[in-house]
Write a protein that binds this ligand. Structure first.
Ligand code: SAM
Length: 428
């Protein structure tokens, strides 16, 4: 592969932070739930612009996350299908495409506020670190907050389905805003002065009302012409049955190969929203995710033919295996590319001859070895029959792994990870 001719044919994408959710903080509907790992709606618009789509063409995202692709597609009146394994994120993605009448939302607010004010005992009291008890020195939610949340939740039980979704989204968003910890990379970190802040019912109540006002404003002023389909579950299993016609554009950001487990970091939301009820259900869910993390015992991979770049870096990692923080990492790397190889093959069969495929991904590093995930995916896609158009470096990220000495094609490089957009155009 000629790297210099593949990289950045167009510099319009460089340093645009397309894989950054920050743009979405102020955009209608996208702003209903802060999903740090989401990408910018601007990159989706860019892909749609360049894909030459007809009005009936289908856009898909196999890793829909918080639903950026379906939402942009619906707002531009295109049909879309998104797949998402994490039921909480699938719920967010679905709720953001609501087409309800804004007045109906307002007419039920007092029912939910009554529930918040009354409060209700939560099943999560005493479970793990959700609330204060004898064994925890730190806890995620003060009793006042979790009971207000639960009271509000129960009050939504008999509301119309579409309205219930929006209230429940606001309740989860508010309970997370009023948590003693916040997301920080791969973990939840306690806020410095969480004890002084002393989150309580009034703070939760006010935050909930603010969220509802934002949602109300957006559904009133930003009505959707279309509504995309969201398929919950493991895309590796679901794609054949649910993609019943060929697509013209697939734009997606798979989990990065960085051992980040979305079912772990979104664990509070999964339990609060009753998407999972115990650790067994959480574990079952983890097994349905792409093999990009090591905390669970997934099936061992068997394929190895992912090209020379893959082979070089897996050899290099194995040479340095004493530096790895977990001995399953080489298998995880192999399993990740096996999952992506299988998915790209399935996608090829469901693609129009002139379909575009955009993959946003970053490189990763283990034991000081940089894995050029973008280029390995470019190799895999080309081998399967996707025509590689270009690999665009959109930005560089600082690597959190102190031990990482960058390595690329056998040469040491600077200490930053690369985030790229890999673009394929057409299948042969
Ligand atoms: C980088 S995020 C996608 C973010 C999305 N582009 C957005 O803007 O919100 C990757 C997503 O893939 C999902 N995922 C992981 N394994 C999956 C699987 N087997 N099937 C479907 N989705 C999966 C994760 O839950 C996560 O939400």
């Amino acid at each position: 592969m000629q790297l210099d001719t593949l990289f950045n044919k167009h510099d319009k994408f460089t340093n645009k932070d397309y894989s950054n959710f920050d743009h979405s903080k102020v955009l209608p509907r996208h702003r209903w739930y802060h999903f740090k790992e989401g990408f910018s709606p601007l990159v989706v618009e860019e892909a749609i612009d360049s894909a030459n789509l007809g009005k009936d063409d289908l856009i898909i995202d196999p890793f829909a996350g918080s639903g950026t692709v379906p939402l942009v597609a619906s707002s531009l009146n295109y049909n879309s299908i998104g797949f998402e394994v994490n039921p909480f994120l699938a719920f967010v993605a679905n709720a953001k495409q609501s087409k309800i009448n804004p007045d109906h939302l307002k007419s039920h607010v007092s029912t939910v506020l009554d529930g918040i004010n009354k409060g209700a005992k939560s099943n999560l009291e005493g479970f793990s670190t959700f609330t204060e008890d004898d064994k925890n020195s730190k806890w995620l939610f003060n009793i006042d907050v979790i009971r207000s949340f639960e009271g509000g939740w129960q009050a939504t039980e008999n509301l119309p389905r579409e309205i219930k979704k929006l209230f429940r989204l606001s309740l989860i968003s508010s309970v997370m805003n009023n948590s003693n910890a916040k997301k920080d990379g791969k973990c939840l970190r306690y806020k410095k002065n969480w004890q002084d802040i002393s989150y309580n019912k009034t703070m939760f109540h006010d935050d909930f009302l603010k969220n509802i006002d934002v949602i109300h404003e957006d559904i009133e002023t930003y009505r959707l012409k279309n509504k995309g389909k969201l398929v919950g579950g493991d895309v590796r299993k679901k794609i054949n049955n649910h993609l019943t016609r060929k697509f013209k554009l697939c734009i997606t950001s798979p989990p990065y190969l960085n051992s980040f487990d979305y079912t772990d970091i979104y664990r509070p939301e999964l339990f609060l929203g009753k998407f999972v009820n115990d650790n067994k259900e959480l574990n079952d869910l983890r097994l349905k995710t792409i093999r990009s993390h090591v905390q669970i015992n997934w099936k061992k991979p068997v394929k190895t033919d992912f090209g020379i770049l893959y082979q070089n870096c897996i050899n290099e990692i194995l040479n340095r295996k004493e530096l790895l923080w977990n001995n399953k990492i080489p298998l995880m790397v192999q399993a990740y590319f096996e999952d992506m190889d299988n998915l790209l093959t399935k996608l090829k069969h469901k693609a129009h001859d002139d379909a575009s495929l955009w993959i946003i991904v970053s490189t990763s590093a283990y034991a000081g070895v940089e894995i050029p995930v973008d280029l390995i995916l470019a190799d895999i896609g080309s081998k399967i029959g996707w025509n590689l158009e270009e690999v665009i470096v959109s930005r560089h990220l600082r690597n959190s792994n102190q031990n990482a000495i960058k390595w690329n094609n056998g040469e040491a490089t600077s200490g930053r990870l690369r985030e790229s957009i890999v673009i394929f155009k057409g299948v042969n």
